[in-house]
Write a protein that binds this ligand. Structure first.
Ligand code: IMP
Ligand code: MG
Length: 179
C-alpha cells in the first residue's frame, strides 16, 4: 500500500485495530450483560470511528451519546485547560455510563470528563480509550478498557486528526515531523 507522504509509518493496521476492537466489545458486553441502560458517550470528534465500530460489535443493548470538548488548537495545552463545547442530551443519573475516547495523551481531557460526569450521579462510570501514550501522562486517570499503548508520536487516522486532516484513513499512522 502506498502511504500519503505525510504519513511516516503505519503503527496499527486495519486488521490489528479490528481484532482489538472485537476483543474490547466482547469484554464490555460481558461486563454489562446484567445491566440495563448502558450509555456509551463518544468524545467528538476523534472517537467517532472507534465508537461506531465498538458499538456495532456489542451484543448488549446500549445507547449512544456524544460530547465535544475544546482541542489543542483552541486551548492552551500547557495549562491543561479543557472546555466543554457540546453536552450529552440525556440525563446520566442512575445510568451506567462508559466514556469512549480516542487517545489518552496528558490525561487532562479524560480527567476533566470523569470529574464532570461523575458529579451527575451515574449508577457507574467507566472509561474506554483506544490509544494511550504512557510517556506523556501528566495526570493519573483510571482506564477500564484500553486498546493499545503507543510511543510518543503524533498519530492520525481511524478518527484521529492533525488539523482536521487524515481522520478517514483506515489505519493509525505516525505523522511525519515537519522538516
Ligand atoms: P490529553 O488531554 O492531553 O490527554 O489529550 C487528549 C486529546 O488530545 C485527545 O482526545 C485528542 O483529541 C488529542 N490528541 C492527543 N494526542 C493526539 C495524537 O497523537 N493524534 C491526534 N490527536 C491527539
Ligand atoms: Mg479527542
Amino acid at each position: 500500500m502506498e502511504l500519503p507522504s505525510s504519513i511516516e509509518r503505519i503503527l496499527l493496521d486495519e486488521a490489528t485495530i479490528r481484532a482489538r476492537v472485537d476483543a474490547l466489545a466482547a469484554e464490555i458486553s460481558r461486563a454489562y450483560s446484567d445491566e440495563d441502560g448502558l450509555v456509551m458517550i463518544g468524545i467528538l470528534k476523534g472517537a467517532f470511528m472507534f465508537l461506531a465500530d465498538l458499538s456495532r460489535r456489542l451484543t448488549i443493548r446500549h445507547h449512544i451519546e456524544f460530547m465535544a470538548l475544546s482541542s489543542y488548537a483552541e486551548g492552551d495545552t500547557r495549562s491543561g485547560a479543557v472546555r466543554l463545547l457540546m453536552d450529552t442530551r440525556t440525563d446520566l443519573a442512575g445510568r451506567h455510563a462508559l466514556i469512549v475516547e480516542d487517545i489518552l495523551d496528558t490525561g487532562h481531557t479524560l480527567d476533566y470528563l470523569v470529574r464532570m460526569l461523575g458529579a451527575r450521579q451515574p449508577a457507574s462510570l467507566k472509561t474506554c480509550v483506544l490509544l494511550r501514550k504512557p510517556d506523556r501522562a501528566e495526570v493519573d486517570v483510571h482506564l477500564d478498557y484500553l486498546g493499545f499503548d503507543i510511543p510518543d508520536v503524533w498519530v492520525v487516522g481511524y478518527g484521529l486528526d492533525y488539523g482536521d486532516r487524515f481522520r478517514t484513513l483506515p489505519y493509525i499512522g505516525a505523522l511525519r515531523r515537519p522538516g
